[in-house]
Design a protein around this ligand. Structure first.
Ligand SMILES: Cc1ncc(COP(=O)(O)O)c(C=O)c1O
Length: 432
């Protein structure tokens, strides 16, 4: 296809598609990549140009695009059923997925409530935590402890426990009250402050919600596993439910299947999304411990029931892909590759940290952020560095002045080197 056709697609797109977190008045000016297809770890645009997907399509893709085994799992399920509701009825492939997940999630006797987006998984966890106490006749545990810089999605509940920013402050009047806020991981004293906040409010908290190890959307701020462990254990010791939001960190990103494992935590509620289906299909889930789920048992149609559920929760196609995905993570030793590539990435980032346009680098597993020095890079430097990388065929997307690196978990050593080399070139281009 020609460049003219690219422009035509962008114009059709701009006219009818409203893109998330995107100012549509300048959408076309920012030279969007117009994806037509993909192969392995590359996206291919309407002109046939290839881009290494170094953000895993917004952190969702784990094994790659068009993985033959995942495609086959989806086709096989298509021959059975694409979707049927889980409201009051069952679906065999979802049962199989839930059984397989129960064997790997760090949750005691886990039960799974499926949804489609990460934000919905968080929303469900918040509501389950609230009703868990209500079902036991405890009416004063109605608030939540959350951290500064937290991001838990864009629904009103997710925004409420989230710390704001990203232009969402205008929604403040919609955020629910009753959120106790401690500092986020970027503060050296976050743990002490969070423990103090916990002690001061323990009797009225329904739950505490954290992103274990890495606050991703905050710009990849990393906490020590020991600090997260101490906080999580203190919550549970104080009788406060612990919600671990692993929407971003789950399914191998940080080097273990779940970040909670490195923190030696077994949360009461675990939020999963993004990589659950290998990034193929919108699927998320809230895993509740058996103790939490059992508190909802009662009379048919009675008040103990969780009156919550989404139309597409437990989609059969997504479940079939998610089930095969879990097997492939093992069969391909994906965690072994993450360990090797993470070490390589961190060595490369340490060298990049000496670049004058770089203020700091942060990484955990295959999640990394390169904080730019605005004084050197100038305004909108994150956007300009990423645009320069896209020109070189590596798809990056910034979070403000942090360039996010989220390589696909099966990336090769050569691909990690390419991402680092292109970032170096892009930094040069912007600092000139
Ligand atoms: C930790 C965390 N929780 C929740 C979400 C929201 O997920 P979704 O965009 O699928 O709603 C995200 C998205 O980046 C996230 O990083």
């Amino acid at each position: 296809m020609s460049a003219d056709q690219h422009a035509t697609w962008v114009e059709r797109d701009r006219a009818r598609v409203w893109h998330g977190f995107t100012q549509m008045a300048s959408y076309a000016d920012n030279r969007p990549v117009m994806v037509e297809r993909a192969e392995g770890r590359e996206l291919i645009d309407v002109e046939g140009r290839r881009y290494l997907d170094a953000i895993s399509s917004l952190w969702v893709i784990t094994l790659g695009h068009r993985v033959p085994e995942l495609d086959a799992a989806m086709r096989a399920q298509l021959a059975r059923v694409a979707h049927s509701t889980l409201l009051g009825n069952g679906s065999t492939v979802v049962v199989e997925l839930a059984e397989a997940l129960a064997g790997v999630v760090p949750v005691e006797d886990a039960r799974f409530l499926f949804a489609s987006d990460g934000a919905a998984a968080v929303e469900q966890a918040l509501k389950i935590a609230f009703q868990y106490w209500w079902n036991q006749g405890i009416s004063n545990r109605t608030s939540y402890l959350a951290l500064g810089d937290a991001y838990h999605g864009d629904t009103i509940g997710g925004l409420s426990v989230g710390a704001g920013g990203f232009g969402t402050d205008l929604f403040d009047p919609l955020r629910f009250r009753g959120v106790v806020r401690a500092p986020g991981y970027r503060s050296a004293s976050w743990l002490d402050a969070a423990l103090d906040a916990l002690a001061a409010n323990a009797g009225t908290l329904a739950a505490a919600v954290i992103e274990p190890l890495v606050q991703g959307a905050a710009g990849m701020h990393v906490a020590s596993a020991e600090d997260v462990r101490r906080f999580g254990r203190a919550c549970q010791d104080a009788g406060v439910l612990l919600i671990c939001d692993e929407v971003a960190t789950g399914f191998g990103r940080t080097g273990t299947l779940f970040a909670s494992e490195q923190c030696q935590l077994r949360p009461d509620l675990l939020c999963l999304g993004k990589g659950l289906s290998g990034g193929y299909l919108p699927m998320s889930a809230t895993a509740a411990s058996g103790r939490v789920a059992d508190a909802f048992l009662g009379d048919d149609l009675g008040p103990a029931t969780l009156y919550h559920g989404h139309s597409f929760g437990g989609n059969a196609l997504a479940a079939a892909v998610a089930l095969r995905h879990l097997e492939l993570i093992d069969d391909w030793d994906v965690l072994g590759n993450v360990a090797a590539r993470a070490t390589q990435l961190q060595v490369g980032l340490a060298a990049l940290a000496r670049h004058p346009a770089v203020a700091a680098v942060r990484a955990c597993g295959l999640m990394a952020g390169v904080q730019l020095d605005a004084a050197v890079g100038g305004p909108r430097s994150g956007r300009r560095v990423c645009a320069a990388a896209v020109d070189e065929g590596v798809l990056l997307r910034p979070l403000g002045d942090v360039v996010v690196l989220m390589p696909i978990l099966t990336s090769t050593a050569a691909e990690i080197d390419r991402i680092l080399d292109v970032l170096q070139v892009a930094l040069e281009a912007v600092s000139r």
